[in-house]
Design a protein around this ligand. Structure first.
Ligand code: FE2
Ligand code: FE2
Length: 137
């Protein structure tokens, strides 16, 4: 069985919010689909389809996530978190534009996605989930 390029790791990535864990797993699944097509040297058209699927899902996920954490009074980093989402979208869009010009996905795009998982999901997202320090009383 081939190893997936992006691997869900319950211990590292679960933020203990089931709906968001599920979306993060879906995100990883689409990233893997894209990486597989890239490895198999799929056509630009095929890559573009999955890239769009990933982009659409990211937008949906950020919206769901922002709605979720807007309802948590203890979570104090809402605005910073939203800003980080905007920055991720803008970096993602930059990679998409590069792809549209060149017709191939570069290694640095996949590195960017890996950093997303380790730094954003396991870092920033953790703070509204498992890492949330609930105020007493
Ligand atoms: Fe997230
Ligand atoms: Fe997030």
């Amino acid at each position: 069985m081939a190893n997936n390029f992006f691997q869900w790791d319950q211990g590292k990535y679960s933020i203990e919010v089931p709906t968001m864990d599920k979306e993060h797993q879906q995100l990883i699944a689409i990233m893997n689909k894209l990486y597989e097509k890239h490895s198999l040297k799929a056509s630009k058209q095929e890559l573009a389809t999955t890239l769009k699927e990933l982009g659409d899902f990211v937008v949906k996920h950020f919206k769901d996530e922002e709605e979720y954490f807007s309802k948590i009074p203890e979570y104090s980093k809402k605005e910073v978190h939203k800003k980080i989402h905007q920055e991720l979208i803008s970096k993602f869009t930059g990679h998409v534009k590069q792809f549209e010009k060149e017709g191939v996905l570069k290694d640095d795009f996949f590195t960017f996605l890996k950093v997303w998982l380790t730094a954003h999901i396991a870092g920033v997202d953790m703070n509204y989930g498992k890492g949330l320090v609930k105020k007493a009383g």
